[in-house]
Design a protein around this ligand. Structure first.
Ligand code: AP5
Ligand code: ZN
Length: 210
C-alpha cells in the first residue's frame, strides 16, 4: 500500500504513521526524521539560503525542495509499500511526488490550532528510540524516562511555543493548499485527529481499507 498522511504540525502524523507501518508491514517514510538525523548536513553547495537543514528547522521554516525531494525519491525507490509523513508540504513537492509514485490513500488528520500548540509544547521524545510522549496526554510512567527503553526524554528544538506557532503559520501558507489540492481531486479522507490515539488509528485504517 501507498499511504499519504497529511496534517498540521502536532496532528499526530508520526504517532499514527508508526502504527500504520506496523499494521500493514510497510515502511514509514518521514522527511522530518530524515532531516533531524541530518541536521548538520552541508548543503552549502546547493545554492540555498542557509548551509544546513537544521538552521531551517530550528526557525520553523521549510527546508528547500531540492534537499527534501531527493530524500523522498531515494526512500521511495527502495520501499515496496509506505506511509509517507511530513511530505509534500507545498504544491511543488506535491507535483514532484505525483511524478515519482502513485497513491492508494490520502488521509488528513484535522486538529484545532490551540490543541496543536499544547501538543507540540508538551511533546517529549526518547533520545534513544524515538518514541513520542506527552507530559499531559501520554505521560511516561516515570517522568523524563522512556517506557520502551529507559532512554532520556527530551524536547525537540522546534517545540518551543514561538517556533511551534511559526510552524503553524508556515503550514497555513504552504501546506494547507496541498490538503485542498487532494480534497478537490476527490482523493482525500478527513479524520478527526482530536480523538484519542486508538480511535484515530481505527478511523485511519478504515479510510485506508475503504
Ligand atoms: P516534521 O518532523 O515533519 O514535523 P511536523 O510536521 O511539524 O510534525 P510533528 O512531528 O511536529 O507532529 P506530528 O503530526 O508527527 O505529531 P506527533 O505524532 O508527534 O518537520 C519538522 C521540520 O522539518 C519542519 O518544520 C521543516 O523545517 C522540516 N521539514 C520536514 N519535512 C519537510 C518537507 N517536506 N519540506 C520542507 N521541510 C520539511 O504528535 C504530537 C504530540 O501529540 C505528541 O506528544 C503525541 O504524544 C501527542 N498526540 C498524538 N496524537 C494524539 C492524540 N490523538 N491525542 C492526544 N495527544 C496526541
Ligand atoms: Zn526509548
Amino acid at each position: 500500500k501507498h499511504i499519504l498522511l497529511l496534517g498540521p504540525p502536532g496532528a499526530g502524523k508520526g504517532t499514527q504513521s508508526k502504527r500504520l507501518a506496523a499494521e500493514f508491514g510497510i515502511e514509514h517514510v518521514t522527511t522530518g526524521d530524515a532531516l533531524r538525523a541530518n541536521k548538520g548536513m552541508d548543503i552549502g553547495d546547493m545554492d540555498t539560503e542557509y548551509d544546513s537543514p537544521g538552521e531551517y528547522m530550528d526557525a520553523g521554516e521549510l527546508v528547500p525542495d531540492k534537499v527534501v525531494n531527493a530524500i523522498v525519491e531515494e526512500a521511495l525507490s527502495t520501499a515496496d509499500g509506505y506511509v509517507l509523513d511530513g511530505y509534500p508540504r507545498n504544491l511543488d513537492q506535491a507535483e514532484f511526488l505525483s511524478e515519482i509514485t502513485d497513491l492508494d490513500a490520502v488521509v488528513y488528520l484535522a486538529v484545532d490550532e490551540e490543541v496543536l500548540v499544547s501538543r507540540l509544547t508538551g511533546r517529549r521524545v526518547c533520545e534513544n528510540c524515538g518514541e513520542n510522549f506527552h507530559v499531559e496526554f501520554e505521560p511516561p510512567e516515570e517522568p523524563g524516562v522512556c517506557d520502551e527503553c529507559g532512554g532520556d526524554l527530551v524536547q525537540r528544538d522546534d517545540d518551543t511555543e514561538e517556533t511551534a506557532r511559526e510552524r503553524l503559520r508556515v503550514y497555513e501558507e504552504n501546506t494547507a493548499p496541498v490538503v485542498e489540492h487532494y480534497r478537490e481531486a476527490g482523493a482525500l479522507t478527513e479524520v478527526d485527529g482530536e480523538a484519542p490515539p486508538d480511535e484515530v488509528f481505527d478511523a485511519v485504517v478504515d479510510a485506508v481499507e475503504s
